[in-house]
Write a protein of this length. Sequence first.
Length: 120
Amino acid sequence: MSERPQQPLQAPPPGPPAHCLGALVVQASQQLSDLVHLELRRAQSELARTGEEAGVGGGMLGGAAVVGVLAAQAVVVAMIAALTLTLPLWAAALIAAAPGRPRGTPRPDRRSRLRRAAGA
């Protein structure tokens, strides 16, 4: 094996070292602080964008609810108009505004089961 020639050890340059531990700690804390500030700004802008999108979605949902209520009212008006052909207006409005079935009445499938159970 060939041996490398040995070089004599050199002394460090005079003066404070370029990267002493204290300077490295100060530099690291400054960089960490900058990084945290940048991340907070980025998160803030991202949340603002997300909030705008959520606001648009909420507005669209509210608009759809209004359209649904108006459609239900139109159906009731059409039902009243159809009933006024055979009934007075007050009776047609009363029938159209009434709920689908009173609470105490059984549903049609239960009614047929009750008839079968009674033997009719």
